[in-house]
Design a protein around this ligand. Sequence first.
Ligand SMILES: NC(=O)c1ccc[n+]([C@@H]2O[C@H](COP(=O)([O-])OP(=O)(O)OC[C@H]3O[C@@H](n4cnc5c(N)ncnc54)[C@H](O)[C@@H]3O)[C@@H](O)[C@H]2O)c1
Length: 496
Amino acid sequence: MADWWDADGRRHRKQFATAPAAREHEHRETALAHAERASREMKLAARSSAGKRSRQETTADTIEPAKGKLGVMIPGMGAVATTFVAGVEAIRKGLAKPIGSLTQMGTVRLGKRTDGRSPKVKEFVPLAGLEDLVFTGWDIFEDNMYEAASNAGVLDYRLLEQLKPFLSSVKPRAAVFDHNYVKRIDGPNVKKGKTKMDLADQLRDDIRDFRKTSGASRLVTMWCGSTESYIEPTEAHQSVKAFERALRENDEMIAPSMIYAYASLIEGVPFANGAPNLTVDLPVMLELSRKNEAPICGKDFKTGQTLMKTVLAPAFKARLLGLSGWYSTNILGNRDGEVLDDPGSFKTKEESKLGVLEHILQPALYPELYGNIFHKVRINYYPPRGDNKEGWDNIDIFGWLGYPMQIKVDFLCRDSILAAPIVLDLVLFLDLAKRCPALRGLGIQEWLSFYFKSPMTPPGLYPEHDLFIQLMKLKNTLRHLKGEELITHLGLEYYD
Ligand SMILES: NC(=O)c1ccc[n+]([C@@H]2O[C@H](COP(=O)([O-])OP(=O)(O)OC[C@H]3O[C@@H](n4cnc5c(N)ncnc54)[C@H](O)[C@@H]3O)[C@@H](O)[C@H]2O)c1
């Protein structure tokens, strides 16, 4: 069955004999609809170019300033969360640099290449400063952030000692947890309630309490919890009404991460999903997000192997090099690796990792090059490595006249070191989105696809996976918000 939306937003549905045929059709029709809509919008824009500038200026003028503290709420205070919070504090104390963070170190080129205008991202758009961030979180274990960071073993103990008083002060609130969704771990710090709605109410109390006690003027929730077992959306996820009924009836298809998402969005708090669980990738959450102007984005941080995949695959497509196989395997020994050793959690991760190639390579458009790819992803739990993951890729490509070649990638990375700057950027950008009238009512923040393995899009719209298209989309969004010209890289004007 294929579903697609035409340029006027009308939904269509058709039966196909095989799933690949349905997907091909869906992609082609969606691409056509987008091309049609883009050309219509370009004509409209050309007609009203005089009015455009003043509308853009209005947008730039209406971004609310980042005044006061920004409260960061993190379900899941494990390796990623503690590396992020410890890192922010280390940077605030001048002990380290925010390497890997676009908001802290990146620039945006404005105007022509000859203009010499490239401000830092954080100077160009009004982002919260690191000194204004305050933190809370939830976990099934009672360890404070100092203890959790020590257990995670990512950061050097000498650095952790210098941050000890601050990290020890961040203690986890009791979690909403269901062992059926994360089978390999269990812990004592868990909320009790008769129904899932009671649990959601307790989370809402936590959110209000944190808002009051921290004095934060704005909040953002960032899911850094374990990967939950694979499930598909059901009737319970289709609307707010159905979801609330399901919460009251303890529907087993409501995962804990969804309860955090519901509590946040109903409180008007933006929510980002760093794991591959459905969580906010559901009609109910989109409805709540738009209604309460609480932006959402996800899913699954794009850190190691998939980051490399979304750099290499666009290069093959750009040069029309064919691909016959891509075998990816990983060994990692942190708690995330242990959770992913469970088949249900692995399936959630696998789905998120597998989608990338098909969307980048577009086999429907290039059947001779990408019509027959063998793509496999494996994750193996291997305790001696801890958080220092090793990701191997064997890539079989073919060139001129079909001659085969191979590429091997061996990425010896540090999972949480790659994830922490992503968390920081998402926190700051989601808060920006909440303060922007042009973004806060949209629901999904597709311009943040840059950070995710499996970026969320509205139904019927395929995601952009190419890292450099994602980066261009992000920076053009910032330019658009500030009323600056978008950069197309056409460049003919330099030769007039
Ligand atoms: N590090 C990376 O590069 C990377 C990349 C992509 C995605 N992720 C995802 O980010 C998440 C965090 O990764 P990590 O390495 O920090 O894992 P981790 O196991 O160290 O931390 C996860 C924490 O979540 C807690 N938790 C589980 N269920 C919970 C619940 N319902 N409520 C509150 N806490 C809960 C666990 O007790 C644990 O402390 C994982 O889902 C992982 O798959 C990580």
